[in-house]
Design a binder for this molecule. Structure first.
Ligand code: NI
Length: 193
C-alpha cells in the first residue's frame, strides 16, 4: 500500500466528470490496489471521505465514513463504486464542510437531509444504503467530486466561504447573530429539487 498525493484546488482533474468503472474491472489488481491506497490515504489524512479524482484518478469511486464508529474506534470507510443518488429529501440542512483538496477553507453547504445511494462494492456486488444527517452529507460531498463540483460551488453566498483557521471567530460571530435571527449554524432550508 502507498500514500497517494492529494490533488489540490487548481488541478484540472478536480473539475472533470469522472468515468464509470466497468464492473468487470473492479476485481483487477489496478483497481484493488487503488482502493487500498485510497483507504490508507484517507486514514492518514484523517478525513471523512476521499474521491478518486482527488488522487488523480478520474474514476467514479469514493470512500466515505457512513457508519457510526464502534467502541471509540475510527469508523471504517465504505467504498462506493459507480454510485447513484436517489430519494433525496426535499429538506435541506446547512452545515460547515472542509475538503482535503483545500483544507485552508471551510464552507457552509446546504445538503439534502437524507437520500439513497446505490453502488457497487469492492467485490462488484450491488448495494444500497439509506442515509441521513452526517453520512448523507459526506456522500453528497464525495459524489460531487465525481462531477467536478466542489464545496465552493455549493456556497449560497461568498460570505459562507471562510479560512478554516478563523472558524472559531466565525462560529462565535454567527452565534451572536443567531440570538437575533435564529437562522445560521443549523439552518434548515426548504429548497425544491
Ligand atoms: Ni472534498
Amino acid at each position: 500500500m502507498a500514500l497517494l498525493e492529494i490533488a489540490q484546488l487548481g488541478q484540472p482533474v478536480l473539475r472533470m466528470r469522472a468515468e464509470e468503472v466497468p464492473p468487470e474491472e473492479i476485481g483487477s489488481a489496478d483497481i484493488q490496489s487503488l482502493l487500498n491506497d485510497m483507504m490508507e490515504t484517507l486514514i492518514d489524512a484523517n478525513g471523512a471521505g476521499l474521491a478518486a479524482p482527488q488522487v488523480f484518478e478520474s474514476k467514479r469511486i469514493f470512500l466515505a465514513c457512513v457508519h457510526p464508529p464502534e467502541k471509540g474506534n475510527r469508523p471504517e470507510a465504505e467504498i462506493f463504486i459507480n454510485p447513484r443518488l436517489s430519494h433525496r429529501s426535499a429538506e435541506m440542512d446547512a452545515g460547515w464542510e472542509g475538503c482535503l483538496s483545500f483544507m485552508e477553507l471551510s464552507v457552509m453547504v446546504p445538503r439534502h437531509r437524507s437520500l439513497q445511494v446505490d453502488y457497487l462494492d469492492r467485490q462488484g456486488n450491488e448495494r444500497k444504503l439509506r442515509l441521513s444527517g452526517f453520512a448523507a452529507r459526506v456522500v453528497q460531498h464525495e459524489y460531487d467530486h465525481l462531477n467536478g463540483v466542489l464545496i465552493i460551488d455549493r456556497a449560497t453566498s461568498t460570505h459562507d466561504i471562510v479560512k478554516s483557521s478563523e472558524m472559531e471567530t466565525v462560529l462565535a460571530a454567527r452565534h451572536v447573530d443567531e440570538e437575533d435571527e435564529d437562522d445560521v449554524g443549523k439552518t434548515t432550508l426548504e429548497i425544491p429539487k
